[in-house]
Design a protein around this ligand. Structure first.
Ligand code: AP5
Length: 210
């Protein structure tokens, strides 16, 4: 199954996608994670992407397409993938359609996680990531175990001003994709992403019939 998780920054795409990988037998392809890896490794691509990400803007479509193409060619993505943070605009959606068509596949479903702006800001300020495993926690809603909490870090782009910019970019470029996929006849499941993590996951599985 090829599934897209859509939603504002902090809507819970990464959290829900990570919980779903085993059930669907498909990896999570998260362009944000791939770009942060490149930044950490200091690759030319990472150096190029860093300033754009720190400003809360979108990295160029070509760079992201190259990353997704390479990731989709790996064996674990042969039967499907969970796309988290990709596509981000209509041009990326068109590229993804072409990429999947080359593999004889297409998007099976889109899940839109609907979360109020106030909750988004609160989630971003409390988000912490384990740099060793990439697991995402929240200081209140999903605290890291005591032995891990000390090494968890805050994302550079979770500063309040950058979060506001990311929300603007989301509204302008990414939110229209919900209607884009509806018009294309792809099943779009809208879920209340403001509920607790386990409840959202249960809704998600029910929507997908898993
Ligand atoms: P990216 O990493 O994709 O960030 P994002 O879309 O802004 O989404 P987030 O990762 O911030 O949030 P999420 O929805 O995954 O929420 P999470 O599960 O972590 O992109 C970052 C940057 O990279 C972009 O700004 C851009 O520059 C670049 N980029 C990436 N992809 C790109 C692309 N395709 N094209 C161009 N540029 C691209 O949850 C957030 C917090 O809330 C966590 O602490 C979590 O524990 C908590 N939480 C989750 N669910 C719940 C819940 N139900 N209740 C309470 N707390 C919850």
């Amino acid at each position: 199954m090829d599934l897209i998780l859509l939603g504002a920054p902090g809507a819970g795409k990464g959290t829900q996608g990570a919980l779903l990988t085993e059930t669907l037998g498909a990896p999570k392809i998260a362009t944000g994670d791939m770009l942060r890896d490149a930044v950490r490794q200091g690759t030319p691509l990472g150096l190029q992407a860093k300033a754009v990400m720190d400003a809360g803007q979108l990295v160029s479509d070509d760079i992201v397409l190259g990353l997704v193409r390479e990731r989709l060619s790996r064996p674990d993505a042969a039967a499907g993938a969970i796309f988290d943070g990709y596509p981000r605009n209509v041009a990326q959606a068109a590229s993804l359609d072409l990429l999947l068509a080359e593999l004889g596949r297409g998007i099976d479903a889109v899940v839109y996680l609907d979360v109020h702006d106030d909750a988004i800001v609160e989630r971003m300020s409390g988000r912490r990531t384990d740099p060793e495993t990439g697991t995402v926690y929240h200081v209140v809603h999903n605290p890291a175990p005591a032995e891990i909490a000390g090494r968890c870090v805050q994302r550079a782009d979770d500063a309040e001003a950058t979060v506001r910019e990311r929300l603007e970019v989301y509204r302008r470029s990414t939110a229209p994709l919900v209607e884009h996929y509806r018009q294309a006849g792809v099943p779009v499941h809208t879920l209340d992403g403001g509920r607790p993590i386990g409840e959202v996951q249960a809704d998600l599985r029910a929507a997908l019939g898993r």
